[in-house]
Design a protein around this ligand. Sequence first.
Ligand SMILES: [Zn+2]
Length: 187
Amino acid sequence: MAKGELWAARRLGAAAGVEDHRFFSMPELREIGDIGPLERLSGLPSTYIPMKNSIYYNVAAAFAEEVGASRVAGGHNREDRAVFEDTSDEFFRNLQRTLRSGSARLREQDFRIWRPLRAMSKAEVVALASRLGVPLEDTWSCHRAGSVHCWECDGCLGRERAFREAGVVDPLRASGDRKGLKRVRAG
Ligand SMILES: [Zn+2]
């Protein structure tokens, strides 16, 4: 995970009052763009990590079983579903069923995978976040490893488009990212 992404996750977790914010390190999992040219996986976005959601949600379910949580939440939106097969309704329906079948505790907890943004476009997500007062200056969209947004990669371009369509001023773009850079460096 990029330094800036980790910083943003910590900031947002603190703002949301997360009590036990746990980070799992999976250095062997890489985006196919970082693995190298793979003919077998051609046609998939360079940011795709093979079987990513299958792996991530299993880890999250393990955490849920440990702490007795009844929900695992994911922020996938409608546009993700058009690109990534492992964000489909069918995938999550089957995964939830599989996870529940493997744990009496998860069944007792009425364990569910919750995807509140699944029917929304990226622009609708930005508009909702703006209405709710989410600290948008603490969010992260860049796929590159720097401590500021590059404003060139798919993540950055998608962010720009979503804010423009939503009619919301991006505080990161407005500040030229300089404020963010200082804060990332400070810790
Ligand atoms: Zn970028």
